[in-house]
Design a protein around this ligand. Structure first.
Ligand SMILES: [Zn+2]
Ligand SMILES: [Zn+2]
Length: 293
């Protein structure tokens, strides 16, 4: 199956496809005047905020509400395992976002504070001609590609990821894949814990009330949230609603990250070194060239 037919979203390599010139022009916005350095460079993307909000919400719910409900030693084990997984994910995510994926010559010679010239079709047929980028004004390697969103040449271009707001290339691909894998593993951990709690709530709710703070709670309809520091009381319907909402949020995240993981696993397994597209195709598509939007 051709990977281009998989129809991936903003983080998929399938978006390397070149849109028809007329359609692409209408859909594209102007590239930033200054080249972006990494995922922290402006303009920031709304998807970044969405992903942070989702992970912070899930982390708060898990570490504040649901893990403290686990019985006995399981609570400490899950704290350790789940916390370690999340910490690893945060580290590789931050590294991936912070890396400048630009070509060697771009990083060495390009002055990021200087505006990038506008592509002039009357002077150049292609953005990159004979391994020289007329916008970055440096020589580049064979697998480089000028990303419209970053407005610079990326080493071993893979795709531009809106969720990370950074290009993924040869310099940060390992960090990207590790970030994807660790996020998936943590989300699977979260869904397992939630399912256990939901099932146990129906089978034997007393198992979820072993924390010493429950000794003073006589009503079986009252639950304590954010133990052990806060003892926020909630009735069963509120507790069940929170559990269902968190489960839905986790499943949505799992679905999005899972399909990306499978797609990249497929590409790296069956197409470890995708052949470079003909230079003429890339260039003729400028300014839409591969610019993953
Ligand atoms: Zn370039
Ligand atoms: Zn980019």
């Amino acid at each position: 199956m051709c990977p281009k037919k998989l129809g991936m979203d903003s983080c998929g390599r399938s978006q390397r496809r070149v849109l028809p010139e007329s359609a692409s022009r209408a859909q594209q916005t102007l590239p930033p005047r200054l080249s972006r350095v990494n995922g922290w460079s402006k303009p920031l993307h709304g998807y970044q905020a969405v992903s942070w909000a989702m992970f912070v919400t899930l982390a708060l719910a898990m570490f504040g509400i649901f893990i403290p409900m686990l019985p006995g030693m399981w609570k400490n084990i899950v704290y350790g395992v789940s916390g370690g997984m999340l910490l690893f994910h945060v580290i590789v995510y931050l590294v991936c976002v912070s890396i400048d994926p630009g070509e060697d010559n771009v990083r060495r010679k390009k002055i990021y504070s200087e505006p990038v010239p506008t592509f002039d079709r009357s002077k150049h047929l292609h953005v990159i001609e004979d391994l020289y980028c007329c916008l970055c004004r440096v020589t580049v390697s064979e697998k480089a590609k000028h990303c419209r969103a970053c407005n610079k040449c990326i080493a071993g271009f893979d795709h531009h990821c809106k969720w990370l707001n950074n290009c993924i290339g040869s310099r940060n691909y390992w960090w990207f894949f590790s970030s994807l894998t660790s996020a998936l593993a943590w989300l699977l951990c979260v869904v397992s814990i939630l399912l256990y709690i939901v099932i146990q709530h129906h089978v034997d709710p007393r198992v979820l009330r072993t924390d010493p703070h429950y000794q003073n709670i006589t009503s079986q309809d009252t639950w304590l949230l954010f133990l052990p520091y806060f003892h926020l009381k909630a009735k069963t319907p509120v507790f069940v609603t929170i559990a269902v909402l968190v489960l839905v949020l986790d499943l949505i995240s799992l679905l999005m990250i899972g399909q990306l993981f499978i797609f990249h696993l497929y590409l790296s397994t069956l197409h470890p070194n995708p052949p470079p597209q003909p230079r003429s195709r890339l260039a003729s598509s400028f300014p839409s060239c591969s610019y993953v939007t």
